[in-house]
Design a protein around this ligand. Structure first.
Ligand code: SOE
Length: 387
């Protein structure tokens, strides 16, 4: 695993839990965690159960005893590491978004396509697909439960930037993060919409906004030692992205990705309205899926709550009996299960780098539209956002 921040912690839990809870078709060894700071990465190895800590990812991905490379670094290094690892014949799991630009994502998707010829698998870490209720939502829509998809509304709301004194971090700088709320959490709702409906976003009209444009630079970052820094730096990414999409069947979708939804900590919601019914998911109630059946008798009309904890539901039977709940971290175990199973069985896991590239094009289309008075942009024509 390359990186060891929040996603490094979540992935470590997945790598550790999956082989113990599920019957994987092969063993998983948490061999090496890699990071630039030797002391910090040694601590991470001890804390999260990695056998070794290292500081040179190029050396580690070349080792014969390494089969899988899991990339959980900021987006500005995804392309370089993934393409090098695929070149070394390693299977690659790369955190979302796939890259910071369409160009990078295209190069990664091409490298992944070439590697498949040698049986090398790759996958993008859109883990919310693997929350059982979201997987169930996909399966029910695919089975036609709600009929033709007519509209989708999806939102991902956080509020960790409402405080103007939150310092300038890598997520707020375009050269490291590629974009702000758009690529970080907007990517999730774009992927989820395409996943659960089975329909690609084909056109976009949208806009973005940066609400707090300057933020304090952390003292040690500014080399000022222990004194409080009074240096400020420019926020070069979006805080809020609001955009409308067209799906391949013409359905209109509304998207909101924001870090300024005061009081919303990690609120991801999606509702799909169909011709015969509707399905709705709320991450704050992640063990439930809400279903409305328009064809039900009048006295039974209304949204019902499906408790997604039955053994028949996706992934759940490996964990606990019905009615015992799962959490945010379980999707990371499900991701490991599906990735390792695909590798051993010789199939292509989803989401592929090609699907990750599709999301990247939608992100670029939002930035293109925002730069052109929210004019409609066809996703296939989206050019990498102008710097
Ligand atoms: C920060 O917004 C973040 O950690 C995202 O990067 C993750 O993808 C999301 O799952 C939780 O919030």
């Amino acid at each position: 695993m390359i990186g060891y921040g929040f996603m490094g912690a979540a992935h470590s839990v997945g790598w550790r839990q999956a082989p113990r809870v599920f019957d994987l078709p092969d063993d998983v060894e948490m061999a090496v965690v890699v990071g630039r700071n030797a002391d910090a990465v040694a601590d991470a190895a001890a804390r999260w159960g990695w056998a070794e800590a290292a500081t040179d990812w190029r050396e580690v991905i070349a080792r014969d005893d390494i089969d899988i490379v899991d990339i959980v670094t900021p987006g500005d290094s995804h392309a370089e590491i993934a393409i090098a690892a695929l070149g070394e014949g390693k299977h690659v799991l790369c955190e979302k978004p796939l890259a910071n630009t369409v160009d990078e994502a295209e190069a990664m998707a091409e490298a992944a396509e070439r590697a498949v010829a040698d049986g090398i698998r790759s996958m993008v870490g859109f883990t919310y697909r693997r929350v059982p209720a979201v997987t169930l939502m996909h399966d029910l829509i695919a089975r036609g439960l709600i009929g033709e998809v007519r509209q989708v509304r999806a939102a991902y709301r956080q509020d960790w930037l409402v405080d103007p004194d939150v310092p300038l971090a890598w997520r707020l700088q375009k050269e490291h993060a590629g974009s702000g709320a758009l690529g970080d959490i907007g990517a999730h709702i774009i992927d989820m919409t395409q996943f659960v409906t089975g329909l690609d976003v084909t056109a976009i009209s949208g806009t973005v906004d940066t609400i707090v444009k300057q933020r304090p630079i952390l003292a040690e970052r500014a080399g000022l030692g222990g004194t409080a820094s009074h240096e400020y730096g420019e926020v070069t990414v979006d805080d809020v992205a609001v955009f409308t999409g067209r799906l391949a069947n013409g359905a209109l979708t509304s998207f909101e990705a924001t870090r300024f939804a005061t009081g919303r900590k990690n609120s991801l919601t999606i509702e799909v309205s169909g011709e015969r019914g509707a399905l709705a998911f709320d991450l704050e109630r992640l063990n439930e899926l809400r279903h409305y059946d328009r064809t039900a008798p009048a006295e039974l009309q209304g949204f019902t709550d499906i408790l997604v904890t039955e053994p028949e539901h996706p992934y759940v039977s490996a964990w606990w009996p019905a009615g015992h709940m799962l959490g945010y971290e379980h999707g990371f175990s499900h991701q490991v299960v599906d990735f390792v199973t695909a590798i051993v069985q010789g199939t292509d896991p989803d989401p592929s780098f090609a699907e990750g590239l599709r999301v990247q094009r939608v992100l670029a289309a939002v930035e293109d539209s925002a730069a052109n008075d929210s004019a409609w942009v066809r996703v296939d024509d989206a050019v990498p956002a102008r710097a």
